[in-house]
Design a protein around this ligand. Sequence first.
Ligand code: CMC
Length: 429
Amino acid sequence: MSDTVAKLTIGDKTFEFPVLSGSVGPDVIDIRSLYAKTGLFTYDPGFTSTAATDSAITYIDGDKGELMYRGYPIEQLADKSHYLEVCYLLLYGELPDKAKLADFENRVTRHTMVHEQMHFFYRGFRRDAHPMAVVCGVVGAMAAFYHDSIDITDPQQREIASIRMIAKIPTIVAMAYKYSVGQPFVYPRNDLDYASNFLHMCFSVPAEPYVVNPTIARAMDLIFTLHADHEQNASTSTVRLAGSSDANPFACIAAGVACLWGPAHGGANEAALNMLKEIGTPDKIPEFIARVKDKSSGVRLMGFGHRVYKNYDPRAKVMQQTARSVLDLMGVENNPLLQVAQELERIALTDEYFVSRKLYPNVDFYSGIILEAIGFPTSMFTAIFALSRTVGWIAQWKEMIGDPQKKIGRPRQLYNGAPTRDYEPIERR
Ligand code: CMC
């Protein structure tokens, strides 16, 4: 707690509230006693000024364009670490030594298969279902397959559920893809690293061998790493809110998947690529930009802007370099989509409309281009985001369940509906 006190004057009364300090970042006014003291609530749609929890996992400074997992800058982790090590860091708070990492990798790897009965569960979906609809349903159904890890009061069961989620989500997402293209499910290979195994499950077929390209595997691992957590965003807050009622972990993660699907959140990478395709060629950009600036059109530049980053998204910088190496490898440097992307980026960084609103390209802008080059259909993009973010959701859920101050989430409202009125019989209405 800081020594500063926040004073709130309402009419002729002044109330004092403590100010709390974190390790870095803005202080917060502790208003937990506000209603009891004043009879008033705060009004903050979209939670733009509200810290709903304290957390020691991820920190973002949106003005500086900084992102840290457990204090480590994302650029260092992207450069020097890999996804499973980052998962360990997010879950347990520290980087592992060799023995701890080997043990963690072994535990995750030994859980990559899903219950065989789940294969039949997939067959209930239409083949043309969106992969996010399938992933949401299958993750929610995990509570029906793994009863022995849904008692959230048992730390051992929480741990097993966490490992199961992280281990099985690539299998679940890859199966959603295979089902959508009418190919047989491919079982995981435990001799491959996490990213290579996912590529194997997506692109391997029984008819011929599939060799994972190390550049593609590295790009995949980076996409996972950069999306692993992002503090209290909409889907993470959804997971926390669902978990605050003591719902089982698989139900909570399914809620996160559902929230992530929206185009303003995880669906943005799919929307960004669809937008690039709609624009088609660089000469069509001015007309599109004019529509974006016309507020009545409702058109937004997808993959640009961020609620928190009012500077370059640090993940976008890493992704930009990776996009270049993947496109070089795939021999698509003259890809019109990339040309449109580069020109849009140039405009957004120089045009007064975007500069004054601090609308920079975000991570989804580049990850969409990379995933397209790897060969994923756009409908898979958000499912891959969900795969990557699962560890963040789990880490945040575990942190909340282990917090002795945990309370069920229950926002209040400013009611502006009809005041009390009497029921009118239908013949008098
Ligand atoms: N294109 C054009 N104008 C925009 C955009 C955009 N992408 N984003 C914001 N603006 C304008 C908006 O019209 C408003 O203008 P004005 O002040 O004249 O009314 C101003 O910028 C502020 O917009 P806002 O809606 O108050 O900003 P926000 O912080 O609520 O929105 C956002 C954040 C991410 C929802 C929004 O920027 C957006 O819709 N972006 C496109 C979708 C996208 O790429 N989302 C992915 C976010 S990153 C992945 C993740 O973390 O989930």
